[in-house]
Write a new protein. Structure first.
Length: 577
């Protein structure tokens, strides 16, 4: 047996509203009926009282009473007072109750049925009494001739006539009530038809269950989810989106433009066209953003999904570094094979001493380079990075120079400076410097690493063409690159990682007119204090360009004030690594 599906929410509301309208209309009809009947009786009492009083005060009535045959004069007069819209009867009688007039002539001369005691005493009485014409509302009043009562007058309206008037009113009322019920039912049907379309024919239990599923799914999804309404305000946000964008709990209803997000991300959220898997940087994260408009006859809003790409981007960078190391090792293996063939060939030619000298010189140079890096940089992650980048730079014809003043002892780095952030910062700076220096005169990249005053200093300069002043504010923006499309992420990641550890990065002009990047990172977790910008005096005398004058790059990531930095003149004893 198939269990019938519960009525939809729209159907339930329609039935409830139809019953409600019917009950209200019926109640109003009953109330009006009772009110009209009471009002009709009150009106009848006033009407018969006025009629009886007017007849009693009429001089013609007093004159007729004095005549020998009062009926002959009074009966036509009484008949004239009764009619369709007036009283039902007017009875004029003697003071003892003997009728002189009556609507039915055969009852003239008989005794009046009703109470006349009050009228005989000179009072006016109004009552409901069942007489010869049936129940009626009647008034009895005396007729005075100077100081004595010469007759009595009774005027009345039967209950049947009152009921007939009420029935006519009730009939009209029922007509209006029926029209109101039909109109209310039609309006209810129209409203509920619209509601049925919006609720897709679901009943209340189904809607409640869908809401529960919706809430559970919303908070269970780890990816960020935003829903914007047609005015680009936050209509819905899940926990993942709040965490990824750093939004407060009461953000619902806030326009996107007022969230303080980076301009590029704000532009993506406000765009009318859909976006797919776009990379955007916030202060601490790399986000993959996809948007899709909600369209139903008109633009109703936008659905936005956010995925955290920070870890993946860092891993991608590390993978690129590993690939570079692999290529460098392959090149070194090829070069080592060439050198080995040279040594073997010298031995075969009987030039043993030359072979030993050649091999020993190569070993001493390699060991000296390794010893120098390990002695200057006690942090194993940075030492390994420098050795790998040295091989990469050498493969591309660029010297990687570690200044004599560089020194970082093992254990000075705090847990707040993760190796991954250091690899991201220094690795990307060296990669960009090597690309800039490649093919230039001298083809050299100079690296300075040191710790002093509770901070870690990383400085990388090159012999490349430098960064034009017009682009100085854009170098840290994602997508900015001089090497074509698909690039321009490295420096953006450098700034993001620097901001994440509460440090600062500065851009200036190096001693050889190339670009120079200086990064300062706190060693104790406290943000760096404001420092005066160091002067840079390039060969042409122009000051170093700043990446951002107000410390806020275009995409909204906070950044320290930018300035050029230059090593002290006359730096000596540099080792090529």
């Amino acid at each position: 047996m198939r269990i019938p599906r519960p009525r939809s929410l729209a159907g339930q509301l329609f039935a409830m509203q139809a019953v409600l309208v019917a009950v209200v209309v019926a109640g109003c009809a009953v109330f009006v009926h009772v009110t009209d009947r009471a009002e009709a009786e009150t009106t009848a009492r006033r009407q018969v009282t006025a009629t009886a009083t007017a007849v009693a005060r009429s001089p013609s009535v007093v004159a007729a009473v004095r005549s020998e045959n009062p009926t002959a004069t009074l009966q036509p007069y009484a008949d004239a007072l009764t009619g369709e819209g007036g009283v039902t009867f007017v009875v004029i009688m003697a003071p003892n109750g003997k009728r002189w007039t009556h609507p039915e002539p055969d009852r003239i001369g008989k005794t009046y049925l009703g109470h006349i005691d009050a009228a005989q005493r000179g009072e006016t009485l109004t009552e409901t009494y069942e007489g010869t014409l049936g129940p009626s509302v009647r008034t009895v009043t005396p007729v005075w001739d100077r100081d004595r009562i010469v007759a009595l007058v009774s005027a009345g309206i039967t209950i049947d006539r009152i009921s007939e008037q009420v029935r006519r009113q009730v009939t009209a009322l029922l007509g209006f009530a029926g029209a109101a019920l039909a109109l209310g039912g039609l309006g209810t049907y129209v409203i509920n038809a619209r509601l049925r379309r919006h609720t897709h024919g679901m009943n209340a239990a189904e809607l409640s269950r869908m809401h529960d599923y919706h809430q559970a799914a919303l908070h269970a999804v780890r990816e960020g989810l935003l829903m914007l309404d047609g005015q680009r305000r936050i209509a819905l946000v899940n926990d993942g989106a709040r965490e990824l964008l750093g939004l407060p709990d009461d953000v619902v209803g806030t326009p996107v433009a007022e969230l303080g997000l980076p301009p590029s991300l704000t532009g993506a959220l406000l765009a009318a066209e859909p976006r797919e898997d776009e990379l955007h940087l916030t202060a601490d994260r790399v986000l993959v953003v996809s948007t899709r408009p909600v369209v139903g006859g008109e633009r109703r809003g936008t659905v936005v999904t956010l995925r955290d790409h920070t870890e993946l981007q860092a891993l991608s960078g590390e993978l690129d570094s590993e690939r570079g190391f692999t290529q460098a090792l392959r090149a070194q293996a090829h070069e080592a094979a060439n050198r080995l063939h040279t040594v073997v060939s010298l031995i075969e030619l009987g030039r043993v001493e030359e072979a030993v000298g050649f091999a020993t010189a190569e070993l001493e140079l390699a060991q000296a380079l390794t010893d120098r890096v390990v002695d200057a940089v006690g942090e194993p992650v940075l030492a390994a990075l420098l050795l790998g980048k040295s091989a990469q730079a050498s493969e591309r014809g660029v010297e990687l120079v570690l200044t004599e003043e560089s020194r970082i002892d093992d254990g000075v780095l705090t847990p707040g400076l993760s190796p991954r952030d250091l690899v991201t910062i220094l690795g990307n700076l060296i990669d960009n410097a090597v690309e800039a220096a490649q093919g230039s005169a001298g083809s050299r990249v100079t690296v300075t690493l040191s710790t002093a005053d509770g901070e870690l200093l990383l400085r990388v300069s090159d012999t490349g063409p430098g960064i034009p002043p017009a682009d100085a504010e854009s170098v840290f923006r994602r997508g900015w690159s001089t090497h074509g499309p698909g690039r321009g992420t490295g420096l953006a990641l450098v700034r993001q990682a620097t901001h994440r550890v509460r440090g600062e990065v500065r851009l200036g002009r190096g001693p050889e007119d190339g670009a120079e990047f200086t990064v300062r990172l706190p060693l104790r977790g406290a943000p760096l204090k404001d420092r005066p910008m160091e002067e840079t005096t390039p060969k042409d005398g122009a000051p170093g360009e700043a990446a951002s004058e107000d410390g806020t790059p275009e995409d909204g990531t906070p950044e320290g004030p930018a300035a050029g930095h230059r090593p002290a003149a006359g730096t000596s004893s540099e080792v090529v690594v």
